[in-house]
Ligand binder design. Structure first.
Ligand code: AMP
Ligand code: MG
Length: 370
């Protein structure tokens, strides 16, 4: 059987195969059913096909990074613009060194400190990588995921895997296999299901080639941890610095990201906004850090959130997926505390709520906003 031939038959309507994988703590090897699932995934990947893989951050849609046709299929499946580069996943630091033309001391320090883990290093790219992986750029983003089965899969394939989040471009990232099925359907050939992701939001991305190093995307590893490891203050651009000028200059230029179908609104005064939205006939959801009153519970979809940033991140996308499942039109989100530990959450919420349609919405009716 030629696995490669079937690729053109990928369709969002076809159901992908989902195989559960596990590795019990303290055991030397995964069980035979898991090894069989990994073998199957490795075969598919070697034949240029797409497999959804678990990581500790979110599920990824993977292809062999050295196979430019397979990488192209990722862009097509996601509807991802060609100018948005992919993260390449490796099994260990050695796998990363060979992808880089100049593996710097800083890259070495960060990899040693934080890998396997939710930190993506942007380094100078080795010329042998296909250009579409890096969107034509001279740097490549690399990560070693803290998911032992995925690292084992990479070793079995014998090549690094390009793997962006396994969702359609701009939509919510998947934090369990069910989200991948719902978001991509048969656009992937196989989904490896290792249960819910431990972190729940995307990795921190740091550019190690700039001086000082620059956090391009905040995530589970914070600015202070990175600065401490490197012994220099790393820089960060906050989402508010990005979004405010964009809104003024060029609304709707791709900043909406990590967004559910429901319209997201951040609020510090949920009660009055809830009443307004209900009066306009919207189905309202509320991601709240507080306990809602009884009257509120009957009329809206309440999704309670933990008040710890790590736990909040872990469930955020799942709650947003739930809001969509409930058919919510508008999702109110309590603005989280303005502390440094919440930066990555603020980033994702700002992007999820970013819209160039804000003006005029206050007075629009339920039927007009979709
Ligand atoms: P995703 O794979 O969906 O988690 O998104 C990957 C993120 O990493 C995107 O924000 C990319 O823009 C970023 N990224 C990937 N490669 C590079 C690179 N070479 N330079 C800068 N950012 C990158
Ligand atoms: Mg993504």
């Amino acid at each position: 059987m030629s696995l490669r031939q079937d690729t053109s038959q990928s369709s969002p309507l076809r159901m992908p195969e989902v195989l559960e994988i596990e590795w019990a703590h303290g055991t030397l090897m995964p069980p035979p059913s898991t090894m069989a699932a990994l073998e199957k995934a490795a075969d598919l990947l070697r034949c240029g096909r797409l497999v959804a893989i678990p990581t500790e951050t979110v599920y990824g849609i993977a292809a062999v990074a050295n196979d430019s046709d397979a990488v192209e299929r990722i862009f097509v499946a996601k509807g991802r613009p060609a100018h948005n580069p992919l993260i390449v996943h490796v099994a260990d630091i050695e796998g990363a060194r060979v992808l880089s033309r100049r593996w710097s001391d800083r890259a070495e320090i960060l990899a040693t400190h934080f890998w396997p883990g939710p930190l993506t290093l942007v380094v100078d790219r080795n010329e042998t990588l296909p250009l579409n992986v890096t969107a034509g750029g001279s740097t490549v983003a690399i990560r070693c995921p803290d998911q032992s089965l995925t690292r084992l899969l990479i070793e079995m394939v014998g090549q690094p895997l390009a793997a962006p989040s396994a969702n359609r471009s701009t939509e919510l990232s998947p934090t369990c296999a069910k989200h991948v099925v719902e978001g991509l359907g048969g656009l992937v050939d196989l989904i490896l299901d290792a249960g819910p992701c431990q972190r729940g939001i995307e990795s921190t991305v740091i550019d190690t080639t700039s001086d000082p190093p620059f956090i391009l995307r905040p995530g589970p590893i914070g600015q202070s941890e990175l600065s401490q490891a490197l012994g220099v203050m790393v820089d960060i651009r906050l989402i508010t610095d990005v979004i405010q000028p964009m809104i003024q200059r060029s609304p709707g230029t791709g900043l909406r990201h990590y967004a559910p179908r429901a319209r997201v609104e951040l609020t510090v005064n949920p009660s009055s906004r809830l009443a307004e939205l209900l009066a306009m006939g919207f189905r309202v959801g509320w991601l709240t850090l507080s306990e809602p009153s009884h009257e509120q519970l009957g009329t809206i979809t309440v999704l309670h959130m933990p008040d710890d940033p790590v736990e909040f991140a872990k469930v955020l996308y799942d709650r947003m997926h739930q809001a969509d499942e409930c058919g919510v039109d508008v999702l109110l989100v309590d603005r989280p505390p303005e502390f440094i530990e919440w930066i990555a959450i603020h980033d994702r919420l700002a992007r999820a709520s970013f819209s160039d349609q804000t003006k005029g919405f206050e007075n629009s009716s339920r039927t007009s906003h979709r």
